[in-house]
Design a protein around this ligand. Structure first.
Ligand SMILES: [Zn+2]
Length: 182
């Protein structure tokens, strides 16, 4: 048996949009977001054991240009109303200061993550220039975040930026996008 090679289209993607502002009825908002995705036919109800929603007939119409839909056993969408933590795992990268571009050290970000897990969103100060902002306001293409509701597109090609924007708008408040590429 040779080594299996996976092309770009076979990468496992998880794209998560999570609200980090807490001033919302997360369960009610999660229901609204779900209804919107069902109406767009991006998702359909699925009684399976894994994810509550499967890809709908319009899922392939809402992908980033150049992406192709690939069927997997566990394509699906989960919509989480409970406050949860999301992390880019091996793709995680430290954020950059919005003023000077420098990165906090790993220990600072580890502490911020742990503080956020256990309580309100922490603030992080730049060690170079003292710019201080909430953790979720640090520019970060590969962030972690804690919040609710969240929409998780699992084993899903890269989404059309327009759909991502629509999901962010439906979730409302400040949101973070977390991409996991395994
Ligand atoms: Zn700075």
């Amino acid at each position: 048996m040779g080594v299996r090679h996976y092309g770009h289209g076979m990468m496992v993607h998880r794209q998560i949009v999570v609200r980090i502002d807490t001033d919302v009825d997360a369960a009610a908002r999660a229901r609204q977001v779900t209804e919107g995705l069902l109406e767009l036919r991006v998702i359909v109800d699925r009684p399976g054991p894994e994810l509550p929603y499967g890809p709908g007939p319009a899922a392939a119409d809402h992908l980033e240009p150049g992406e192709q839909w690939v069927d997997h056993e566990d394509n699906g969408v989960d919509i989480v109303a409970e406050r949860s933590a999301y992390h880019a795992f091996t793709n995680w990268a430290r954020p950059n200061c919005d003023r000077c571009g420098s990165q906090p050290d790993r220990e600072t970000m580890q502490s911020a993550f742990e503080a956020w897990l256990g309580g309100p969103e922490p603030t992080v100060a730049c060690r170079e220039c003292d710019w201080t902002a909430r953790a979720g306001d640090w520019p970060a293409p590969w962030p972690f975040a804690v919040g609710a509701p969240a929409v998780l597109f699992q084993n899903w090609p890269a989404l059309d930026p327009q759909l991502l924007n629509d999901v962010r708008a439906a979730i409302g408040g400040r949101t973070r996008i977390i991409r996991v590429v395994i």
